[in-house]
Design a protein around this ligand. Structure first.
Ligand code: NDP
Ligand code: 8X3
Length: 252
């Protein structure tokens, strides 16, 4: 029987790359995000390239009733979620705390922390009922240490790191694995979103060294998900060779 994965934020970057690698490895995929057109395009691609069953669900993780409604709508085999990839997230802005935009802060807190919690709260009872499952949280090196002007984004990713450790304790009696993945610089739409659509500024983030790709992270996610039942990958920190920690990067 094929396994199912639910991926939040599958319309771009790491989530989209993860959808491809799981589909290629015989999983059925629930892909989610806010951009319906991208969900439909990806669903078509996964169905035709990998013969995967794909269920696109369009919702905003910040809307708790939408999250509950969409998870409650899962019927039949789709109600079995073997792997939950909590990936949806963003940075919005980069600047000192004293000049921070409250709207940016709320967007990051509501998406990266509260959204991840809403989805986890809705999915864990389904896993507990089967005494089986795997939750993979995409945190960041920004969840391991802070960097200049990263303040609120770093705080949200520290929260994800703490939640991964808490979930691993709480879900231990139920046979559910929890993996935290902490990437460094990965070239996706992340920086375009962080800089509110300023593509030139976003491109500069990845100049002068070779950043990681979404496929690199998807590969690590697949590694964690494909270990045997007795083996839980707790935490992975992944950076480009040029990156020593959250704020030391060697550029040409
Ligand atoms: P992208 O911007 O390429 O992808 C972000 C994904 O999150 C999109 O699919 C987007 O979908 C989804 N998303 C954002 N907000 C919401 C929301 N409110 N509701 C539902 N989905 C949402 O960035 P990445 O792939 O790089 O980011 C994925 C994760 O990886 C994030 O959690 C990010 O913090 C983390 N990360 C990224 C790093 C990097 O350098 N790129 C490094 C470390 C961690 P849509 O807009 O359609 O809703
Ligand atoms: C994304 C990586 O270094 O831009 O979490 O914060 S970084």
């Amino acid at each position: 029987m094929k396994k199912n994965i639910l991926i939040t934020g599958a319309t771009s970057g790491i989530g989209e790359a993860a959808a491809r690698i799981f589909a290629a490895n015989n999983y059925n995929i629930i892909i989610t995000g806010r951009r319906q057109d991208r969900l439909e395009k990806l669903a078509e691609e996964l169905r035709s390239n990998h013969n995967a069953e794909v269920l696109p669900l369009c919702f905003d993780v910040r809307d708790k009733s939408e999250v509950q409604k969409n998870i409650a709508s899962l019927q039949g085999n789709w109600a079995t979620i073997d792997v939950l990839l909590n990936n949806a997230g963003l940075a919005s802005g980069l600047g000192p705390i004293q000049g921070g935009e409250l709207d940016d802060w709320e967007k990051m807190i509501d998406t990266n922390i509260k959204g991840l919690l809403y989805v986890t709260r809705a999915v864990t009872p389904l896993m507990i009922a089967r005494n089986s499952g795997h939750i993979i949280n995409i945190a960041s090196v920004a969840g391991k240490e802070v960097y200049p002007n990263g303040n609120v984004y770093c705080a949200t990713k520290h929260a994800v790191d703490a939640l991964s450790r808490s979930m691993r304790i709480d879900l231990l009696p139920h046979g559910i694995k929890v993996t935290n993945i902490a990437p460094g610089l990965v070239e996706t739409e992340f920086s375009v979103v962080r800089f509110h659509g300023d593509k030139e500024r976003a491109d500069n983030v990845y100049k002068g060294y070779q950043p990681l790709t979404a496929d690199d992270i998807a590969d690590a996610i697949w590694y964690a998900a494909s270990r045997p039942a007795h083996f839980c990958v707790n935490d992975m920190v992944l950076t480009p060779l040029a990156q020593a920690n959250a704020y030391v990067v060697k550029k040409d």
